[in-house]
Design a binder for this molecule. Structure first.
Ligand code: HEC
Ligand code: HEC
Length: 233
């Protein structure tokens, strides 16, 4: 797998950059949180976060058929970094990438960026939403392929904040697969300012469609146990 990545040297250089940018994101997020805790009234901030969240849930819940991914349990640094990407048009500007474009349009309605830090923290504290597994694949093969992903996403898919690698054990399998395909095809990770996306796009290059299914089948079983008790595959 890593053997498929075009150049290990390039990847290593990129990793250095990614580390820097990841730290920057963490720093910015920390600074925003610190300001909020000095100026804010905790109850009011919580209410504000919940009010905003109800707007997000128009798409980020199981209510709609054509919906966005469940976000509960994603770390606040990742949610914030992605919101920034959508705000700046680093993601969500390509009308051919329909679901991403939808989020790129929606972000215009949520322009109070000073509320984002609280919202992101609120999202990160919610338990990951249960969801059915819909992607079938060879879990054992997926486990082996995952060895090439673990350095950036954690041995158990718990995420690796310093490298900007989000957890992969909270999202639904269909969303993970969709994003892997987008990275592979260059529909995500194409903007020059999307450092994390570019690196991830590189990591997805050597994968066949069936590899992606196998990986996602494996990742589905890394989701917190409580969610999979009722499922039998
Ligand atoms: C009009 C529908 C819509 C609304 C409203 C909306 N989103 Fe989204 N969002 C989406 C879709 C669809 C995607 C998936 C994009 C893709 O497929 O690439 C997405 C993706 C995201 C992602 C990236 C997730 C990931 O794992 O990369 C984040 C973070 C996000 N939205 C946060 C929010 C927040 C926070 C709000 C409310 C302030 C919000 N969204 C409101 C439709 C919406
Ligand atoms: C060199 C580091 C690196 C490696 C190796 C890597 N990733 Fe990633 N991955 C990232 C980064 C960084 C992001 C976040 C991209 C962004 O900021 O938009 C990411 C994002 C993702 C996402 C999108 C998650 C979401 O919520 O939208 C998936 C799925 C993913 N990676 C799967 C994998 C799999 C599977 C492998 C192994 C085949 C892998 N990654 C290998 C760094 C890496």
């Amino acid at each position: 797998m890593l053997g498929h990545v075009r150049s290990i040297a390039t990847l290593q250089v990129s990793l250095g950059w990614l580390l820097l940018s990841g730290l920057l994101v963490l720093k910015v997020a920390g600074a925003v949180a610190a300001v909020d805790s000095v100026t804010g009234n905790a109850g009011a901030l919580q209410d504000e976060a919940q009010a905003l969240w109800s707007g997000c849930r128009i798409c980020h819940s199981t209510v709609e058929m054509q919906r966005g991914p469940m976000l509960e349990g994603l770390p606040s640094w990742y949610v914030l970094a992605q919101l920034e990407k959508f705000r700046k048009g680093v993601r969500g500007k390509d009308p051919d990438n329909k679901s991403e474009w939808l989020m790129g349009s929606a972000i215009q309605q949520f322009s109070q960026t000073n509320a984002w830090s609280n919202l992101a923290q609120w999202i990160s504290r919610q338990p990951p939403a249960p969801g059915p597994r819909v992607i079938r694949g060879d879990r054992e093969k997926g486990r082996q392929l995952y060895a090439a992903c673990a350095s950036c996403h954690g041995a158990l898919g718990e995420g690796q904040a310093q490298l900007g690698g989000p957890p992969l054990n909270v999202q639904e399998d269909w969303y993970l697969r969709e994003q892997m395909v987008k990275f592979k095809q260059g529909a995500r990770g194409h903007h020059q300012a999307d450092l994390g996306g570019i690196i991830m796009r590189e990591a997805a290059q050597g994968l066949e469609k069936s590899d992606i299914d196998d990986l996602v089948a494996f990742l589905g079983h890394l989701r917190p146990k409580a969610q999979i008790q009722s499922e039998n595959h």
